[in-house]
Write a protein that binds this ligand. Structure first.
Ligand code: NDP
Ligand code: 8X3
Length: 254
């Protein structure tokens, strides 16, 4: 069995790659930082194929998939994990560059990888696409503007893939975590401000990358007639809030 994981250099993606490799799968591990992927190769040997890939480049995605060596070609599982949040400024002040990078990575990168790998799965009538969404795609929060919207795309795209794949054995799951710690997510979001990133997790016990890897493993291990459409997974310390209400007499601070 072969799994292709994007964003496998650190965080959820690295844990997912590690989990499948330790279960005996061959793993194509992709990310921009090839040197970080080498740790997986050192740990698991030739069972892991490390490839530098920027998912925002459709030609690079197409070429990498088309040129996979024979041992790694017939992919069974695609994990579209590469993604990022940038900023928590309100929409009226948010950086358009940040918005474009989120759309290019979280939406377009996921589209490119899916479009390159799905035809082989359909031809073999075997496969599983796992997309990493987020609770931010369902529940709004201030500053979540474009990030949450990209993850809403991931949720709906996953359901629509299922609609297209009906009648095949190819499965699709959207895994939608809440607060996840021990990854670079918040440091990336706050453009390298480690102090601000650390505050996100202060006095909490967030989900770990291994929790997400466990979930990815679990959805793939259901019997072939079972498709888990989506999984919403939050740490116990987190819950959805009530609707926010602005009271007229209080001062307005956008
Ligand atoms: P990390 O920042 O730790 O990991 C992100 C991964 O994505 C890295 O391996 C990075 O590798 C890769 N990546 C980013 N941009 C690109 C690109 N253009 N091309 C290829 N790879 C890229 O974050 P997490 O592990 O926390 O997040 C993983 C996924 O989970 C993301 O989609 C995120 O939105 C989602 N998520 C995270 C949550 C959290 O609270 N942590 C909660 C819900 C969802 P490199 O820089 O080497 O390219
Ligand atoms: C990551 C979770 O709440 O920071 O997708 O958006 S959150």
């Amino acid at each position: 069995m072969i799994v292709f994981v994007t964003g496998a250099s650190v965080g959820f993606g690295a844990a997912i790659a590690r989990r499948f490799a330790s279960e005996g799968y061959r793993v194509v591990a992709c990310a921009r930082r090839l040197e970080k992927l080498e740790a997986l190769v050192e740990e698991f040997g030739p069972r892991v194929l490390a490839r530098a890939l920027d998912v925002r480049d459709p030609e690079a995605v197409r070429k990498l998939v088309a040129e996979l060596p024979a041992d790694f070609r017939d992919l069974d599982i695609l994990v579209n994990n590469a993604g990022l949040a940038l900023g928590t400024e309100p929409a009226q002040r948010a950086s358009l560059d940040d918005w474009e990078r989120m759309v290019d990575t979280n939406i377009k990168g996921l589209m490119y990888c899916t479009r390159a790998i799905l035809p082989g799965m359909v031809a073999r009538n075997r496969g599983h696409v796992i997309n990493i969404g987020s609770t931010a795609g369902t529940y709004p929060y201030p500053g979540g503007n474009c990030y949450g919207a990209t993850k809403a795309f991931v949720h709906q795209f996953s359901l629509n893939l299922r609609a297209d794949l009906l009648g095949t054995a190819v499965r699709v799951t959207s895994i939608e975590p809440g607060l996840g710690g021990g990854t670079e997510f918040s440091e990336v979001r706050y453009h390298g401000d480690g102090g601000r990133a650390a505050k996100v997790y202060e006095d909490t016990q967030p989900l770990t990358a291994d929790d997400i890897a466990d979930t990815a493993w679990w959805v793939t291990q259901r019997p072939p007639h079972v498709n888990i459409d989506y999984v919403s997974i939050l740490p116990t310390c987190q819950a959805c809030g009530p609707y926010a209400i602005h009271r007229e007499k209080r001062s307005f601070r956008p």
